[in-house]
Write a protein that binds this ligand. Structure first.
Ligand code: MG
Length: 247
């Protein structure tokens, strides 16, 4: 019944790993590139391509060591076990890069988790331990260029008419999918956005807040599987219909 979609950077991890990575390896140049993106002068895809170029040649071990230091919200591990126990399906949707998502999840023993993100290849330079970063974008939308990985399209593709779509996020690339979700868990930038756009949301700080909320909701489940008060959000439903009609 519930289909849960979760942002990665800043939601599962404590900081935005992608931003931190490009700042650490691409330096000040990346800050200028991000500003161009924020100003709407370049697309998300171009932003990533330029950021990867700005990183130049990177020592692979140094990159991996940097990723190894990245912290996650520790209660996310409990959330994963909770979902397994309760048979709740969740998917990570990220406008970040698969390379570091996989590494960080593996490090915390979170395996067999479905995630969708941009692709980052590490191309060896002359057979050495040095690499160049090559991004590609399997989930870009044909029309909208604000994100490189379209969370909305993934969410709508993976959920059916009977599903209640839950979205958990915090940042800029979570604004669009929040419009299409029935239940939104929001913090930071996304929380302000939901307030501004009149999208109802649950405030959370960590995944233990999310677990608590789900425990409460699931405890009210009736024998026929329905839960009082849990329904599709009308505006989200209309927004989804518009996408399917090509609006
Ligand atoms: Mg994020």
């Amino acid at each position: 019944m519930f289909k849960i979609f979760i942002d990665f950077d800043g939601t599962i991890t404590r900081q935005d790993v992608g931003d931190a990575l490009f700042e650490a390896f691409g330096g000040v140049q990346c800050r200028d590139i991000i500003q161009l993106y924020r100003d709407g002068a370049i697309s998300a895809v171009e932003c990533f391509q330029r950021e990867c170029d700005a990183c130049g040649v990177v020592e692979r071990d140094v990159l991996d060591a940097f990723l190894n230091q990245q912290e996650i919200d520790q209660s996310f591990v409990d959330f994963v076990s909770f979902c397994h126990r309760q048979n709740l399906e969740f998917t990570i949707v990220s406008d970040g890069m698969d390379y570091y998502i996989k590494q960080i999840l593996d490090k915390h023993g979170i395996v067999d988790t479905q995630f969708y993100a941009n692709t980052l290849e590490l191309l060896p330079v002359n057979g050495s331990s040095k690499v160049r970063l090559k991004p590609s974008f399997p989930y870009r939308d044909e029309i909208c260029d604000r994100c490189a990985c379209c969370k909305r399209n993934i969410m709508l593709t993976l959920s059916g008419d009977d599903d209640i779509i839950v979205f958990i996020g915090e940042g800029y690339s979570d604004r669009c999918p929040a419009h299409y979700a029935d239940i939104v868990f929001a913090k930071d930038d996304l929380l302000k956005f939901c307030q501004k756009e009149n999208i109802s949301y649950y405030k959370y700080q960590t995944f233990s807040d999310v677990v608590q909320r789900f425990e409460k909701v699931l405890s009210m489940r009736r024998p026929d599987g329905t839960i009082p008060g849990v329904a599709k959000r009308r505006r989200a439903e209309l927004a989804r219909r518009e996408v399917f009609l090509g609006g």
